[in-house]
Design a protein. Structure first.
Length: 245
């Protein structure tokens, strides 16, 4: 993933001697992300899949991006997807003038740390974001931020839906999945539902528990959200890290 014209999908072979982990929707929670990486004891033999939305909401979007880039550059097998928040940032970067883009990051998304001393997006962050694909296909899994839109002629080329779609896991038509499980983020889901989906071996697994929601939320009780979730794909174990920002 080192060019400015990213592949829209990537097939990833399973490594021979490592574990496979999936983490979703970090949303600027850099300390929580680092703690979860330490909790799973990630090694360079493992594969770590990230489902997008690394920025916004939490206090340190730059820290999250820097940590991911550091892991990749130091030899860890990290596979990062694009989320709708990354897409929105890139669209604003391409279409807004400098003042409007700066205003967006400082006042709207509240991520001024993504700007350098000249109020520009750092080149290493831009290159990383530009190269993020939209979904991964593994031997027994599809990994995507939002979902695949079954109303489209070819759901696997409808890239906007892959980052924006909110799917209903309970009635989702899994016929297009070729028998594989679908792991997705984007849609904040109660921790009890995530646990039930995993324990019941559901074909569609949500992983976004609203890590950044540590205060009272208009929809969810505080005990239902606020965890950064990681799924071990090989033993189907859920590892949780409570928000520590």
């Amino acid at each position: 993933m080192n060019n400015l014209n990213p592949p829209y999908s990537v097939f990833v072979e399973k490594s021979n001697n490592g574990k496979r982990y999936v983490i979703s929707d970090i949303h600027g929670c850099a300390k929580t992300f680092k703690a979860l990486i330490e909790k799973i004891n990630l090694t360079k033999n493992d594969q770590l899949f990230l489902l997008g939305d690394y920025i916004d909401r939490g206090p340190d979007s730059k820290g999250v991006l820097d940590n991911i880039i550091y892991l990749i550059k130091t030899g860890y097998n990290v596979y990062a997807l694009r989320g709708n928040h990354e897409e929105s940032l890139l669209e604003a970067y391409r279409s807004y003038d400098a003042d409007a883009f700066t205003l967006m990051l400082k006042r709207i998304t509240k991520t001024p740390e993504l700007l350098d001393e000249n109020n520009k997006l750092r080149e290493k962050h831009l290159q990383f974001l530009e190269n993020l694909p939209y979904f991964f296909e593994l031997d027994n899994f599809f990994l995507v931020h939002g979902g695949f839109d079954l109303t489209k002629d070819n759901p696997f080329t409808d890239y906007k839906s892959m980052i924006n779609l909110y799917i209903d896991d309970d009635i989702y038509d899994t016929s297009i999945l070729k028998g594989k499980k679908l792991i997705h983020g984007h849609k904040v889901t109660k921790i009890q539902i995530i646990e039930n989906k995993i324990n019941s071996n559901s074909q569609v697994i949500p992983l976004d528990n609203g890590c950044a929601y540590v205060k009272k939320h208009k929809i969810f009780d505080a005990n239902e959200v606020g965890n950064l979730c990681c799924l071990d794909l090989d033993n189907f174990q859920l590892i949780q890290q409570r928000n520590i920002e």
